[in-house]
Design a binder for this molecule. Sequence first.
Ligand code: GLY
Ligand code: MN
Ligand code: MN
Length: 444
Amino acid sequence: MTSAESSSLNTLYAAHLAEQQRRTEHALQRGGYDALLIASGIEKFAFLDDRPYVFQTNPHFKLWVPLVQHTDSWLVIRPGHKPRLVYCQPEDYWHVPPAAPSGFWVEHFELIVIRRPEDARQHLQLPGRLAIVGEADAALEGVVPNNPPEVLNPLHYARAVKTPYELLRLREASTAGARAHLAAQQAFREGRSEAEIHRAYLAASGHAERDLPYGNIVALNEHAAVLHYQYQETKAPAQSLSLLVDAGAHSVGYASDITRTTGNGDASFQALIDAMEAAQLRLVDRVRAGVDYRDIHLASHREIAGVLRQLDIVKMDEDAMLAERVTSTFLPHGIGHLLGLQVHDIGGFMASEEGGTLDKPEGHRYLRLTRVLQPGMVVTIEPGLYFIPMLLDQLRATPAAAQVDWSLVKHLSAFGGVRIEDDVACTDTGAPENMTREAFAALG
Ligand code: GLY
Ligand code: MN
Ligand code: MN
């Protein structure tokens, strides 16, 4: 990093913290609390075993500090005070303990280093009403998470709008993900197995498996029709027809969530990819301030109707396809979600900072975001069109079945399906920022 880059990072980070401080003071005041305590979390173990699960940091913690591997640490946020970080650095010769705190972020905290988790208590027991955010098992004697909704709701609602520092982290996450997707596509062209493609992805992302923001979906052929396909076969299929990879990366806890589908040159599958690519870009262009995200989801069904019609998969009028819910056979998931510290970032259904729920459109139960877009929100746009045997069987039993080209469906079923997913920021200048496309473009 050049010194200009590091000073710009520091400026962005300072502004990010000032914004989190402002949001927190507002939330504390709303709830009538004096301080916010945030537990980073604790290590958890398999039942009757001493093997730990992969540690997942409390998102409230990594919102403030670029630390994702630090158990048993705490933040204390009080109006008018510098944030306090109680940093647990145990003496441990079984594991690598956290390094002494260092880096651009340290100067922004009142730093207290402790050697044992229980030593945090004396730095947390403050006068006044405390809002304590964490899981129940992060509790210390006298410091028990209460997670008050009056404080959490405003924080979760506000978190949908990212600061410029967060946008920078999300761009970095898209860059690492895009680089890895290119490596995965190369491995597919070499006829590799799902497990080998997955390893190529990991190597290029710079991540170990435990660092991934979610389990990679690496699906060859008909596996692409399984929305959250969770395995990786170690043996390559006789013929590799298609590859769908839905996989991300992270930058200090901020996630990317990217899907690409690649074919083997088959003309009708390539026509489907091309039509979905054009449809996806039109949907991305709808990510604009003031737009109800539910309308983007509904527009995605109209786009799918257009693709089914254009490719003669279903020879029905588009309005009739929508009225008879034919598109839901082929697109049975939501068009996307909020993205940030969590892949499915919290707060997607909130009506206001007080809470409440904005309903999903009727019949669209898997949509994860129902809010009106604001500048700074980052969302995914991930239309798909799949040939899912279970849903096709249901379609076969309806009157619309007569309009379906079943031999084309059979041919395309061997490819599984197509999903294309980008991470997109809503801006205040009109046109959206497609972080994922820009990352791919920069990689050439
Ligand atoms: N990777 C999960 C999703 O796209 O939402
Ligand atoms: Mn995804
Ligand atoms: Mn997604």
